[in-house]
Design a protein around this ligand. Sequence first.
Ligand SMILES: O=C(O)CCC(=O)C(=O)O
Length: 264
Amino acid sequence: MRASLIQIAVNEDESVGERRERVGSLVREQAGSADLVVLPELWTTGAFAYELFADEAEPLEGPTFAAMAKAARDAGVWLHAGSIPERDPEGPLYNTALVFSPDGELAAAYRKIHRFGFDKGEAVLMSAGEELVTVRLPETVLGVSTCYDLRFPELYRGLVDRGAETLLVSAGWPERRRSHWTLLAQARAVENQAYVLACGSAGTHAGVPQAGHSIVVDPWGEVLAEAGAGEEVLRVEFDPARVAETRDRFPALKDRTLGLAPPR
Ligand SMILES: O=C(O)CCC(=O)C(=O)O
């Protein structure tokens, strides 16, 4: 499979509408060179621009949904469109990731389970999702996750128990904890014997410089590709069959002994 991780610069010199158009064009540019495209978390507002969440919140099928569904269809790619501040019809906000099929249909929506910010920001402004989300492609099964989720290995084990082989992380990870980002992406790949495709953002918003350094790790924990700090399209080719090969050759996942049986 060919993947493009579009590490968008989320700066304050661009309106949400302008960025939405620019990102749509960047997705369309992947036509013919990618099967799967991944975008960062909350790229309309920036993951740390807390004061924008309520103003820029959209219903699930709002303007970002429409623009990304069209971009996926125009490009003919599976698109993990990053996440949006979603306003539920009942009122609460969620940090919701959207995945589209190559014909522009919604394949999955994932409401971020682990909210970031301790006693402020996302943790108080948004509600927590409760459902693990996987997406079956012809070549692999995607496990969907968002940013701070990367610190919670049980989430990924749950995704693996539901068949995930390629773990997607859409993030707005800050530069000041970049070493954790790289380390955790490799750890999630090694312990789950799965690919990890982790797409962060670049630029600075709300005074928080973003780490960039989107990364693709193979099921053995080797880094296949890593971006720099700025806006960049990180392109990579990977062989989904290597997940089963790795799990067969070194069957650590079969040696789980804590009695935490996978769901039927
Ligand atoms: O865990 C971290 O260090 C960063 C998490 C984060 O920025 C987020 O979830 O938005």
